[in-house]
Design a protein around this ligand. Structure first.
Ligand code: AHM
Ligand code: MG
Length: 339
């Protein structure tokens, strides 16, 4: 019949969020509004990334950010778009961004109950080459009577109410998870201007022989990390095959592939960066929540559950291993042997 192959009952992110809201009787709609603002931030960042080569948005902005990285023009624009979306929704009290040294407080909304942490454009070293980058976000609900200072955000990942990321690849892919829920993936349809549910209830495969790590750092790795990675490359069991290496250098893209195909992504702490490279609040913790809710695991370099790590400062870093349950378990086993 005509239209048989065409889905006319499309689940947009807007519809999904409305349906989620009605599942929670106590919901006020604040969180839904916040998600609508997030959605707009992703759409607009995606738009500028796609046009960047045409409208002179490649290259450096001429400054460096809170953590000392050179800022790209798109880092600045992505950050401004994100902040503006969060401010204008009126539901966010605090915002931490990788690109802002200090926590932003929206004092015009003193009763707003949410706090957000974000890396507006993660993997920006890949931008000018047109390689996938992404936005990572985590959402926290503030304690009753919290003062609205950055200390309110020094929380373990277990306190997040939602987290996720959008990857700006061949298409924009949004992955979102909520506390106690599953992981859902949406694809931005540029003609509709809508994120469409294309990957409902994502589950990471239990194992897969793919590892993703910057091997250029191996000189600095600690013994257990060296032993673990060598074990993947030079299997000792009869007929064992070596793992495949895949490393894009954009955490969001490496994480998205790992989520879909399985395997492991690692950015361990090492002798050069004893605290690791990736930041807890807006890189490690939100990814850990996505991986756990998809049936995977995420630990830091001390083999502690990433979701339980409490940052001391808003820009604190951590080592991280995340991926398929059996692959991460193998890292834990090697580390335990070394204790
Ligand atoms: P950024 O937030 O400054 O872009 O840095 C984070 C990125 C991650 O996306 C990626 O996993 C990692 O840094 C790559 O680092 P390296 O170039 O050291 O391998
Ligand atoms: Mg980053």
């Amino acid at each position: 019949a005509v239209g048989e192959a065409i889905n006319t009952d499309i689940i947009t992110l807007t519809r999904f969020l409305t349906e989620e809201q009605t599942k929670h009787k106590e919901a006020t709609g604040d969180f839904t509004l916040l998600c609508h603002a997030l959605q707009f931030a992703f759409k607009s960042i995606s738009y500028y990334i796609r046009r960047s080569t045409l409208i002179n948005l490649t290259g450096l902005a001429g400054a460096s950010n809170a953590t000392g990285d050179d800022q790209k023009k798109l880092d600045v624009i992505g950050n401004d778009l994100f902040i503006s979306a969060m401010r204008s929704c009126g539901r966010v009290r605090l915002l931490v961004s990788e690109e802002e040294e200090e926590c932003i407080t929206f004092d015009e909304f003193p009763t707003a109950r949410y706090a957000v942490a974000c890396d507006p454009i993660d993997g920006s070293s890949n931008l000018d080459a047109g390689v996938s980058v992404g936005t990572i976000f985590s959402v926290y609900k503030l304690e009753e009577g919290s003062k609205g200072t950055k200390e309110d955000l020094l929380l373990p990942g277990t306190e997040m109410v939602a987290s996720g990321f959008t990857m700006y690849g061949a298409s924009a892919q949004l992955v979102i998870t909520m506390k106690g829920g599953g992981v859902n993936g949406f694809t931005l349809d540029n003609n509709f201007g809508e994120f469409i549910l294309t990957h409902p209830n994502m589950r990471i495969p239990k194992k897969r022989a793919i590892y993703s790590v910057n091997e250029g750092n191996s000189l600095y790795w600690e013994e257990p990390v060296k032993e673990y990675i060598n074990g993947l490359k030079f299997p000792t069991e009869e007929g064992g095959k070596p793992y495949s290496a895949r490393y894009i250098g954009s955490m969001v893209a490496d994480a998205y592939r790992t989520l879909l195909y399985g395997g492991i992504f690692a950015y361990p702490s090492d002798k050069k960066s004893p605290k690791g490279k990736l930041r807890i609040l807006y890189e490690c913790a939100p990814m850990a929540m996505v991986f756990e809710n998809a049936g995977g695991l995420a630990v830091n370099s001390k083999m502690e559950r990433m979701m339980e790590v409490i940052p001391e400062h808003i820009h604190d870093r951590s080592g991280i291993f995340m991926g398929s349950e059996q692959e991460v378990q193998r890292v834990i086993d090697v580390h335990q042997k070394h204790q």
